[in-house]
Design a binder for this molecule. Sequence first.
Ligand code: NAP
Length: 449
Amino acid sequence: MAVPLQVAVIGSGPAGLYAAEALLKQTDGQVKVDVFDRLPTPYGLVRYGVAPDHKSIKSIAKYLQRVLESPGVRFFGCVELGRDVTRADLLDCYDGVIYSTGAMVDRQLGISGEDLPGSIAATDFVNWYCGHPDAADHEFDLSVEEVAVIGVGNVAVDVVRILAKTADELRETDVPEHVLEKLSKSRVRRVHMIGRRGPAQAKFTTKEARELGELPNAEIHVSPADMDLDPASAETAETDRHVRGNLKVLNGWTGEPAGATPRRIDVRFWRAPAEIVGNGRVEALRLERTHLDENGRVTGTGEFETLPVGMVLRSVGYQSVALDGVPFDERSYVVPNEGGRILGPDGGALPREYVAGWIKRGPTGVVGTNKADAAETVRNLLADLPAGERPRRTIEELLESRELPVVTYTDWLNLDAAEIALAQSLDRGERVKLAHWEAMRNACRPILD
Ligand code: NAP
């Protein structure tokens, strides 16, 4: 009987697991898929990006779990490409490799003061409240009263909402205990969310925006002057459902707040960050007023204003990082590809290597967008493979020879059960995340120590 196709998927987030699912579906299960992750936990951004209070989106993990538990699929946690295995190792052990490592770092603003203490990448803050082990010991000074969040995408909305909610409102979520405790002591009273363009260009989705207006302990305000639209934007508002929906929600926030809640959110448009100001730490954010030129490009007006804030959260998009030995476009921060087939320096497709998800197309779309994206990659992979020589060695042999403390799917289930048990013992929701490496390792398997 023919040996089934063997594929390695690097990254166990939605893109990787939708790719595994597409491989199973498109081959009627005649495939072996090994899914690798540098973390001991699967589900990528569903676990470490989706906000803790977005339970319904988080429940996608249940769907992805079924993929991981399908016959023919295996999980290898705590195995990092570049550190533990190389690209050459993978090509030795598999017919094909799909890289789906997402977009792990924040984009830079490139303004003065960006590196001051108190100027924080949204990715770091999100990782912290989502219990990512790399961020478990991060310290954020929540004794400040005013915070600016730069950007008006869905990540900015998440960050604003977490800052504006009380710890009691987050008690039932899976945020780690130390995070909940820190949030319970937060003195943040006012959060400014800042768009460099106008309300018609806001990237957040209407459903997510609406939630901000429904917070019981925070009033929200947008100045009527900020709602001014240039003629082109007014035209878009007529035809574009997303823009129309956003404008309707935003127009509902133009009344003066009554000051009846402990926290307040101000959404500000037409302001580009010019400088983060402070002596040794963030003390203010300098903004330049903007308008759109005839080509729709954002342009400074030369008028400046300063917001007295003690923290600036930069939420201006994620960025993928290059993988060891894999081609990478340093301008667009994706792996050059055609339909998921990785392109080499000469523009031709590299044999047996593919990409899916954010590292393929950039950090756009919602979780479900990755399903069609991964299916396209898999269609191309299956059209190409198997080609020529079959795998020369097994991954088990390779990992064993390196004595790597691999986390198996069963180990992950132990960690999963420990988090559920912790929530019960604390009388807190369905799960409380373990965020520190040591606690995670211990929960996986005591012999990992
Ligand atoms: P995003 O949607 O691309 O938003 C980035 C924001 O940063 C935009 O408002 C952008 O403004 C602004 N920005 C970029 N560079 C800037 C600069 N130099 N100065 C000032 N502002 C700047 O990115 P994201 O919020 O990180 O979200 C990433 C993806 O994840 C999106 O597809 C998002 O929908 C998705 N996501 C979804 C959910 C959900 O469904 N609940 C939650 C979180 C994330 P311009 O438009 O002017 O560039």
